[in-house]
Structure formats: C-alpha cells, structure tokens
Design a protein around this ligand. Structure first.
Ligand SMILES: NC(=O)C1=CN([C@@H]2O[C@H](COP(=O)(O)OP(=O)(O)OC[C@H]3O[C@@H](n4cnc5c(N)ncnc54)[C@H](O)[C@@H]3O)[C@@H](O)[C@H]2O)C=CC1
Ligand SMILES: N[C@@H](CC=O)C(=O)O
Ligand code: NA
Length: 915
C-alpha cells in the first residue's frame, strides 16, 4: 500500500474561500500548486510523492485525496483517470415532483445542460409517487395480496409511457429492455416475498430503489439525446453507509470516496446522473438513506467531489421566513446559515433535513434551494454565515417556526432546590416512556422545572413522573406534577441574535401588543433560537404578530369601521388617500377589513378596496350584525393587531367597548356615549384598559380634531394640577352664535350648521346643550372628577314645545316659529355691547361642571371666534395667570375624521410604528 498526497486543483478564488482540510494523517495541506496538484507538505513516511505529471492529473486531484490516501491501493492509484474534485463540480438534485412527467424530465435535462459548470453531478429521485408505489408492492406481496402483480404492471406502464414520450430510437429500445429485465427480476423477488409472507429490509430497499434507477437512466438518455455525453450512476455501487439506529444511516466517507474514485476511473463523464436515496452497506447489501434520502445523497456526493455548490431543485421559490400557509406575507430568504437552516428544519420548517446539511457544512459548500418551475427566482442559499448582512436588530431574526400539539409538564416543589439529581430523575422518567422532550425551562430558583413534550406522549410522562416522585409528592417536597395541554411552540431563529441586545425585547413586545400570553420561555446560550410556549389557539396570531414585527411593515393593523356616515365615510376616504403613503414612509399597513352601517355590512379577510367601499357596502354586503362583525375582526388570523372604530353616535355600540377591549381589540371613537355614560361603566372600562395592553382613544369626542384630550393628559401626566377648564365646546353652537348677526334668523343659521356637518345626527343634541354637557363630563372625568351627566346643570336652547318632536326633520321644520324670541335675546345683548356664547365649564377646584348661555363683551376672547371654532382654556397650577388655550374648528367632517385618523396612527405608534 502506498498513499497519495495530491493537492486540489482549485482556482485561486476558490482556494481562498475554503480552508485547507486536514489529511488522514491529521496534517493540513497547506501549500498547493493548483495546476499540477502537488502537495508540497506531504508526509514523507509511507507516502508516495508524485512528480508533476501531464494529462489527467493536471485536471484532477484534491487536497482531500489525502483523506483517503492511506486506503487507496497502488492498483487504484495506477488507474488512468482520477476523480477530479473541487470547484469545477456542481451538484444538482431533482426531487420526485421535478421528475414527475416526461416533460418535466426534459426540463430537468435543459436545466442541467444550461449549467455551464465544467462537471456536473445530478442526483435524481424517482418520478413522483413511484417510491410510494414501490413500497406498496412490497407491502402487498408480504401481505400475500395478489394484486401486487397488477400494481407492478402499473409501475411498468408508467415508466414505459414516460420513456416513449421522452426517448426514441436505440435509447428507447435500450431503456425498455432494461425496464423489462428489472421488472421481471422484481416480479420474481416479489413472488418470493409473497411466498415467504415477509420481506427483509434489504429486499424491501432493493425493490423500492428501482424508481431512482429508472428515473436516472431516463434523464441520462434525455441528456444524451442532445449530443452531450453523459453517464448514469447506480449509487449503490458508490455510496456506502452504515446503520446508526433509529432509522438513520451514517455515510462511510472513506469507503464511498474510494468507490467513487473507482467508478469514475471506469466512466469519466462530465455529466453524471446518479440515483438519489439508494446506497449500499459495506457488504454491498442494498439499502436506502431513509427519509429525505435524495437530498442527503446530493449532499454526501457534493462533499465527496468537493463541489462548488449543491442545488436542490424543488417546487417552491426558496425557504420562507415562516410557513406561508400561516403567514401570507412570509418572504423568501435569500441566505441562511447552516445553523439557521438546521434550527428551522428542527422546528418543522420545510427546509432540509438537518443531516443533509452536515456533509456539506464541513467543507463550506453552499446548498441552494431553487424552484424548478420558476427559474427567475434566485432561491435561498444555505451557507456559512453570510458576511454581508447588515446587523440591525430586525435582520437578526431570520425566520419563525411553530410546533403544535404539545403539552407542558410542570414539576414544582420546594424540595427541588439544591438537590442534585432531580432534573436527571425527571428526564429519565420521560425517557423511560419514550417521550421526546422538545424544550426545557427551569428558573434559577430551582423551584420548578417545566418541559414540553408532544401532547400524545404527555399522559405517559405524567404517570411516570407520579410514580417516580410518589414519595416526594406525598411528603410535600414536590407540590405538583402539572400538565398543561393545548400548547404550541413558537421559535425565532437567527444566528445574529447571538450577542445582539434587544432582539428578545422586540419579540416579546410584539407578543404583548397582540395580547398573547407566553407560558414558558427557553433560550440556549448558543442564542440561535428563542422558543416560547403559548396556547395553541394563539399560535398563528402570535406567529403573524412577530413575523409582521420583524419582516413586514412594522405595524399591520386590521381596522373595522362601524358607522360609515359623515365622519366614518370621510375617515374611509382619508384612509384610502393616505394608505400608500403610510406604508411607504411610516411602515404602517392599515387594512380596513370590515365596514358596518346600521343596515348592511361588508367584510373582507385581507382588506376592503377603499376605492369602492360605498358600492361594496351597497352591492356586496350582508345584513348588519354587530356580533358577527366583531367576530369577523377578532377571528381574523391574518392580522395580529385589530382596532374597532366606532363612528356612530349610538349608545348600544358604545356599550360593547369593554368586551372588545377584553378580546384584545383596540377601540377608537369620536362617539361620546361611552365616556359620558354611567360613571360605573366608564370607570370599569378605564380600569380594564389601563390594566391591559389594549388601547382606547377618543380624542375626537371633545373639540373634534383639536388636541384637547391629549393636551389635558399631557398636563396631568406631567404633574400639573387642573383648576378649571372652560370654553366653547360646541362647533355647532359656536357657528350659530358667530353667525347669528344682523338680519339673519336663528333657524337659518342652525340649518347651515347642520348642512355643514357640524351638528350631531339630531341637532337637538347640540341645541339642548347635551352634547356640550357630554364634553364637560368627559373632561371632568379625565381630570379625576367622578361626575354623572345628570350632575351638570344645562341650559337647553331647544324650545319646550319642540322637545317632543318625533324626528330631527320635524324639529328643523318647526324651529323658525321661535326665531323672534332669538332675535330679541340677540338684540338685548347687542345693545349692551355684548354677544351670546354657549359655554361649558369644568370647575375642577370645586368638583363641579356646568353648561350655560352667557353674554360676553365684544373684546372677550370668546367673542372673537369665527366659523365652528372651539376655544378651550385650561387654567392650571402652571398656567394660572394666563390659561393654556386651544382654539380652532371643533366640528366638521374633515377635521373630525382627521382627529380619528390621528388616533389610529397614535395606536400604530403605540404598537411599534416609528414615530
Ligand atoms: N360631526 C362632527 O363634527 C363630529 C361628530 N362627532 C361624533 O361622530 C359620530 C358620528 O357623527 P356623524 O358622522 O356626524 O353622524 P352620522 O349620522 O352622519 O353617521 C353615523 C352613522 O352611524 C350609523 N349607525 C348608527 N347606529 C349604528 C349601529 N348600531 N351600527 C352601525 N352603524 C350605525 C348611521 O347609519 C350613520 O351612517 C357621532 O358620535 C358624533 O358625536 C364627534 C366630533 C365632531
Ligand atoms: N355636534 C358637535 C360635533 C362635535 O362633537 C359639535 O357641534 O361640536
Ligand atoms: Na379633540
């Protein structure tokens, strides 16, 4: 035996990319001549130094030949063609779907031919469904079911038909002859299985592996048809594996490399089509690489030839940031590190089986996942940590994955702390019943250990723990072994989470804002993944919440609008006009997913087309139903954050805010009914809202879009003391008295205010002073006074005789008959150099409020207003001499809808949108 020391013919760039590999003798090949492949650092002992030679060796050789050197015999060393290794090889793997029809096999051939790599090794699976058909043959035969014969015919017919469509002439004849021969061998073997009523694993593996043999041959003929030489390889001649327990196998790299070398010396083709999935044992018994075996084959062979890349062709565009069936906004990741891919596949993401990554990982060979049916998609490259990624917080998390149907087991008790062996006893009990522990968490107080197992295994685990800890439980050293069913795991995966502060804060913040309770948390010190356990029913919503926080626009908000009247309708139009800008500039994605009027409602799962909301509400609507409207919003799993905007003036709707907040739905409204309704209900609502992560905003209830509530809050929260708030709180009444001059009649001016959209749906609410009283109550309660609406003395401007009118229209018709009375009041004031103004006062110091019609001198600030102006003066400890005054239009469609819109954006900002 002589060993070889041959350096790799890597071009310089590739040589730089890879670190030298250790040789079998443990030494590294540190100096290479890539033209003549001579290792300048070879051990002299039992090795043979090969001088610069011409011909084949110039293109061949590898640093890693060393790895096999000791095992390569002179006989093999002397064969004329060495297996070249290194960057000239590209390896492709095509799965069953890619090989599903003759046309697809032809497409595969085209892709292979389109790859300009010097050498190509193509691994193929059986045509789709064929592996199942083959397993079924074995199953039928060993169950002594005669129909295996017809099932075998089907297998034959499927391949014959495919070959006839794909091939012709001699190639077809050769393939069919081989197919015939294989089928008759299989028939004999299945007959033997039938008679024995049993198939050994190797018999079964032999039968099943035929799908790959046929697909590889068909593809190689299809490639040859275009005039390019190509060989096909039965990988059972090359790949040697040994069983490693629990239905897994370990590749024998040395032996496989040796055999590949030998194979290649006989057939030194530039394109090799190899069978995936199948292999053999060291004793040449056929076996398979088990689940996802073809990917594994590609990765092992990629490693054996030290390929520049292994491309796994499939039917998706790449690896998604989350399961696209659960998160429609999931994005394709352009790169993933090996560890990330590994973590994700563990969590059930359909990436690659972790073992597929191992062979290529040691040589830093990238795996690219690509879509055969969408060649324009660049796919996902799985490689060593990509260097060029920006390390901002959001980029730290690569993807999210979930596992459902889990149960948490919580073992708790004071007797655990400081007692070595408790954890070992707990987990050995789980092991004894064969339970797979998916996640473990123990707080450092050692008071409890909790772990997650598949729900179906939890009963056995619980019993085993009760048995194991019977004495400890009886003695009270353990207080309980508790099982919490119906759990899911949500994991955030990303290599860059390691040592980046703040990632978990963002994750938990997103969960909190979506009102999701976290039951257990685990993060290993590798920091590649953060795992949280939650209620299974919350899982998809949680997934969407965190995904949208890290991947999407920062804040996605589903909006339900109730009451598309003047304000609601204007708001919808404003949302329509501004949505794109918000998305682009602020990363806020607002989606109106439901609009409900009093008669009809229109619902959408992903967002109503706001260009035609009126039409949709008319033509594509269902009868309005508040409960089902709210259910539509709360049960929507696409959007993690939801808000109901009540644009009605309805008390019935306002009564529901408490329930909505409790459901985790935020509430925004210009409707004054909730905050000016019964005090106890108001207090209950505020208490709930303060205790929860749900928000309730109502800026437009006072002064419409003017910043009244927010100003008051700002004063209070910064410790100012409110003494008095007074002003003109009614846009309608302001307009009326600002314009009730000269020869104009009172009723005319009221009609104008109504026409301008300043009044309440029923203008009597304005003229009666009730609307102002409600605003006074809202501000009083905001200032800490516990007043009821009935505590506010109100001067009503509705003539006694018109209070009982059955409708607003009737009231408006009858109002002119009272104009003379109004003329008189105005003239009297004018004679005194005064004007009439309707004011509200919150007398915080004396814990009172009132609403009254007053006369003010013409130079008083209240007399200086115009249009629908409100003016609100805050007298506080800080603003004592000169009150803080807010003034401006306090009613009207645009300003009020704008105020509501502001609240929606305030909410988005509370939920994480940039400010
Ligand atoms: N108009 C203004 O300048 C201001 C109005 N507001 C408040 O805005 C709210 C809306 O006022 P407007 O738009 O002017 O009234 P509006 O009468 O034009 O609109 C209210 C809409 O709600 C609908 N509605 C009533 N009950 C409903 C129910 N149970 N379910 C679904 N829809 C229902 C009505 O059919 C109507 O379309 C009121 O609460 C008002 O106090 C607040 C500040 C200023
Ligand atoms: N009708 C109200 C509208 C705002 O709340 C008013 O006139 O002020
Ligand atoms: Na306001």
């Amino acid at each position: 035996m002589r060993s070889l020391a041959v350096a790799s013919p890597l071009p310089p760039a590739a040589a730089v990319r890879r670190r030298p590999r250790a040789s079998a003798s443990g030494r590294e090949v540190i100096s290479q001549c890539w033209k003549c492949e001579i290792n300048q650092d070879q051990p002299l002992g039992n090795s043979l130094r090969i001088g610069h030679s011409q011909g084949s060796l110039q293109r061949h050789g590898s640093r890693n030949l060393l790895a096999a050197a000791a095992a390569i015999s002179i006989e093999q060393a002397e064969v004329s063609t060495y297996l070249p290794k290194g960057d000239m090889w590209s390896v492709h793997k095509f799965g069953g779907t890619c090989m599903g029809t003759p046309q697809r096999i032809q497409n595969v051939a085209d892709i292979v031919l389109g790859d300009s790599s010097e050498r190509k090794l193509i691994i193929v699976s059986a045509m789709s469904k064929v592996t199942d058909m083959m397993f079924n043959l074995v199953h039928k035969a060993q169950s002594r079911d005669n129909s295996y014969v017809t099932a075998l015919d089907e297998v034959f017919n499927k391949h014959m038909a495919a070959a006839k469509e794909l091939l012709d002439g001699e190639d077809l004849a050769r393939f069919l002859a081989q197919l015939h021969s294989d089928i008759s061998n299989l028939r004999a073997m299945l007959r033997a299985i039938f008679i024995a009523g049993h198939a050994t694993e190797s018999f079964s593996d032999f039968v099943v592996g035929h799908g790959e043999l046929w697909s590889a041959q068909m593809l190689s003929y299809a490639i040859k048809k275009s005039g390019v030489p190509c060989s096909w390889m039965d990988t059972r001649e090359v790949l040697v594996v040994k069983p490693s327990g629990s239905n897994q196998v370990d590749p024998d790299y040395l032996e496989s490399e040796k055999r590949l070398q030998k194979w290649f010396s006989r057939q030194p083709a530039e394109i090799i089509i190899a069978t995936g999935f199948i292999a053999s044992t060291a004793e040449n018994i056929p076996t398979t690489l088990k689940r996802d075996g073809s990917d594994f084959s590609a990765s092992i062979i990629g490693s054996l030839v030290r390929a520049c890349q292994v491309t796994i062709w499939t039917d998706v565009d790449g690896v998604f940031s989350a399961d696209p069936r659960k998160v429609s906004e999931a994005v394709i990741l352009s790169t993933l590190s090996y560890q990330e891919a590994w973590e994700m596949s563990y969590f059930g993401a359909n990436v690659l089986h972790p073992r597929t990554i191992i062979p290529v990982m040691k040589d830093n060979i990238p795996i690219v996942i690509r879509n055969m049916f969408n060649l324009s998609a660049p796919g996902t490259t799985i490689c060593k940590q990509p260097a060029n990624e920006n390390a901002d917080l959001d980029a730290c998390v690569k993807s999210f994955a979930t596992i459902d149907k889990l149960a948490l087991v919580n073992v708790e008790g004071t007797g655990m702390a400081g007692v070595p062996g408790t954890a070992s006893a707990i987990f050995s009990a789980a092991k004894d019943v064969g339970a797979n522990v998916i996640m473990i968490s123990q707080a450092s107080s050692e008071h409890s250990v909790c772990f997650a197992v598949p729900e179906k295994e939890v009963a056995a685990v619980s019993t085993a723990l009760h048995v194991r800890f019977r004495e400890a439980l009886a003695a009270g050293r353990l207080s309980k072994v508790e099982v919490i069913r119906g759990c899911s795991i949500l994991a955030a995966v990303g290599l860059r989470m390691a040592s980046t502060p703040g990632v978990s804060a963002i994750l938990f913040d997103a969960l909190a804002k979506a009102n999701i309770n976290v039951r257990a948390i685990a993060q290993g010190c590798s920091e590649y993944n953060i795992t949280v356990v939650l209620k299974q029913e919350d899982c998809v919503r949680a997934l969407r919440a965190v995904h949208s926080r890290f991947f999407l626009s920062k804040t996605t908000l589903a909006v339900g609008i109730i009451g598309p009247g003047l304000i609601g309708g204007t708001l919808l139009d404003q949302l329509k006009d501004q949505a794109a800008v918000l998305k682009e500039n602020m990363n806020i994605d607002l989606r109106v997913i439901g609009i409900s009027g009093s008669r009809t409602m229109h619902l959408s799962d992903i967002g109503v087309d706001l260009n035609q909301w009126k039409e949709l509400l008319r033509k594509e609507a269902e009868p309005a139903d508040l409960d089902s409207f709210v259910r539509h919003l709360s049960e929507n799993h696409v959007f993690p954050n939801k808000v109901l905007v009540d644009c009605t003036a309805d008390t019935y709707v306002a009564c529901h805010y408490y329930d909505w907040l409790k459901k985790g739905i935020h509430v925004i409204t210009p409707n004054k009914k909730a905050n000016s309704g019964p005090l106890d209900r108001y207090l209950k609502l505020r208490t709930l809202q303060r205790a929860s992560y749900t928000h309730y905003f109502y800026e437009a209830t006072v002064g419409a879009g003017l910043p009244i509530i927010s100003t008051l809050r700002g004063l209070l929260e910064t410790g100012d003391k409110i003494l008095r708030i007074e002003g003109i709180f009614s846009g309608t009444l302001s307009y009326i008295f600002n314009n009730f001059e000269g020869t104009r009649t009172f009723s005319n001016v009221v009609a104008e205010a109504k026409e301008a959209g300043y009044t309440e749906p029923d203008p009597r609410d304005d003229l009666s002073g009730t609307d102002v009283a409600r605003k006074v109550i809202i501000l009083a309660r905001e200032s800490g006074l516990r007043l009821e609406l009935s505590d506010i003395p109100v001067k009503s401007l509705v003539p006694e005789a018109l209070r009982s009118c059955s409708s607003a229209d009737e009231f408006m018709q009858k109002l002119p008959s009272f104009d003379q009375d109004w003329d008189r009041q105005r003239d009297e004031a004018e004679a005194a150099g005064e004007v009439l103004r309707y004011v509200g006062v919150v007398d915080v110091a004396n814990r009172k409020g009132r609403v009254e019609l007053q006369r003010y001198k013409r130079d008083h600030p209240f007399a200086q207003l115009s249009g629908s102006d409100n003016i609100i003066a805050f007298t506080t400890s800080r603003y004592k001499e000169q009150p803080l005054i807010v003034r401006g239009p306090g009613a009207g469609a645009e300003v009020t809808a704008g105020g509501v819109f502001c609240d929606i954006l305030r909410l988005a900002s509370y939920l994480g949108a940039p400010s």
